[in-house]
Design a protein around this ligand. Structure first.
Ligand code: UD1
Length: 432
């Protein structure tokens, strides 16, 4: 197993480049099996989740080949409409195969994802929504078994409550090749969903209302394969902005390139500015200039354009470096605080109450052996190690490898003392 070892206290200087988006890449890959033929998606990050989802696609009969920065997906033959438990349990987004296989094959057998590291994450909206559009769905031995009536999905109308990224993607995947019209209300408007809708449209899908809360779909007989380019990763951008704020030299700008700051939503940008950090956007570059002292700014997560839940763990580290007390409330996932007990081991002063963590900043963190529990929690531990006194060992880094491309080399090129080591957790437990 791998761990990251960080000798804290070094300043972050220079330029960080944001990689292509993971969360946008996954629905684009699912969409690639809708048309017969070869689709090329440029700008796909080299990440564990992409490798896992490539396996999920291959099981259906499609072939997936990496070509430099992109993926070539040949969906000429899609003959086995299943997504097995072994892969879906590794990555919940494999559940996109439900909509994709219904669209392409008219039937699907996809494992239910089960729990996740931060509590229950239901898929009721995916299932109820697909039923409302005309799919027959049964649950059999942990699998969702679905089929569309003869002639294709009849279409219908469904309102999400709450709005869901994954369920919006699944319904669109199924509805594009239906025979009727469909209407999705309270649809997700995250940038990842808009990029996905743009790809469907380029393939010949008829969608109306992209980027609004109501999307109407008119089913078409077939879609055609295309070349398409993915967008930069907004969560990696937010992570780098926070890293620059806490580890940069006050008054000395850090550059972040391949950035698309409008994808972060105004709430994040406003909260970031209120900490006293100055940012300037010039085309696809954002320059961050940290202040002498960070102000403690409380945030509450919400669906887009609210403050992203995927950035709340990193914000907790920012608050630990700020001068005073402030809180992080997660309204999207009320139990997403697995990183807090690990951070206590580094001296974090904070209390968790329900879905809120109150952080008392201004006290130095100290290096310790800590353990990753999920993707965003693990990057928060790395960031804590960057600002801590002494050495931090972040174990079970495979969580981080799911969603951050070459993080340690990007950070070390900017002056952070960080490297990867292999370890045997059984002989030398990272928790001490
Ligand atoms: C996506 C992101 C994830 C991010 C999350 C919220 C991907 C691969 N993952 O996950 O990184 O943290 O958005 O921004 O893009 N809900 C239900 N029933 C459902 C589905 C969702 O109640 O059937 C609820 C969830 O519990 C949550 C809210 O809806 O409170 C939003 O979740 P959703 O947008 O579906 O998240 P994901 O698509 O799973």
């Amino acid at each position: 197993m791998d761990k990251l070892v960080i000798h804290g206290g070094h300043k972050l200087q220079g330029t960080l480049r944001v990689s292509a988006s993971k969360n946008a890449a996954l629905p684009l890959m699912a969409a690639a099996i809708l048309p017969r033929g070869v689709t090329f998606i440029d700008q796909i990050p080299h990440l564990r989740d992409i490798v896992t989802f490539s396996h999920v696609l291959r099981i259906t009969g499609a072939s997936v080949n990496r070509q430099r920065q992109g993926l070539e997906i040949d969906a000429t033959r899609v003959v086995f409409p299943e997504a097995p438990y072994e892969l879906v349990k590794k990555m919940r987004a494999s559940f996109y195969m439900l909509g994709a296989l219904l669209g392409r094959c008219g039937k699907a057998k996809v494992s239910l994802p089960g729990g996740c590291a931060w509590g229950p994450r239901p898929v009721n909206l995916h299932i109820e929504g697909l039923k409302a559009l005309g799919a027959d769905i049964d649950l059999e031995q942990g699998y969702v078994v679905a089929r569309v009536p003869r002639g294709g999905l009849s279409g219908g109308s469904y309102r999400f409550e709450p709005s869901s990224v994954g369920a919006t993607v699944n319904l669109l995947l199924a509805a594009c090749l239906g025979r009727g019209g469909s209407r999705i209300e309270n649809a997700a408007i995250e940038p990842d969903v808009i990029v996905f809708c743009d790809m469907l449209t380029a393939m010949g899908a008829k969608l109306d209302g992209i980027g609004t809360r109501t999307i109407e779909v008119e089913g078409v007989d077939q879609l055609h394969p295309i070349k398409f380019s993915n967008c930069p990763d907004r969560i990696e951008l937010g992570t780098f902005m926070i890293a620059a704020a806490i580890a940069g030299i006050p008054g000395d700008p850090v550059l972040i390139t391949n950035a698309q700051p409008d994808h972060l939503g105004q709430e994040f940008l406003d909260a970031f500015q209120r900490t006293g950090c100055f940012y300037k956007i010039d085309k696809d570059t954002i320059t961050i200039t940290p202040p002498d002292v960070l102000k403690p700014i409380s945030i509450t997560t919400a669906i887009y354009p609210g403050f992203p839940t995927d950035l709340q763990a990193q914000w907790t580290i920012l608050l630990s470096c700020a001068n005073g007390t402030a809180s992080v409330t997660d309204q999207v996932y009320g139990d997403r605080f697995n990183h807090i007990p690990e951070l206590y081991r580094m001296g974090l002063r904070a209390e968790v109450n329900g879905n809120t963590v109150t952080v008392h900043g201004g006290h130095h963190l100290t290096g310790a052996q800590v353990m990753s529990t999920d993707l965003r929690a693990s990057v928060s531990l790395v960031m804590a190690g960057v600002v801590a006194d002494g050495t931090t060992h972040v174990g079970r880094i495979y969580h981080l490898d799911r969603g951050y491309e070459q993080l340690e080399s990007k950070f070390s090129q900017c002056g952070i003392n960080i490297h990867r080591e292999q370890y045997n957790e059984f002989e030398n437990p990272p928790q001490g």
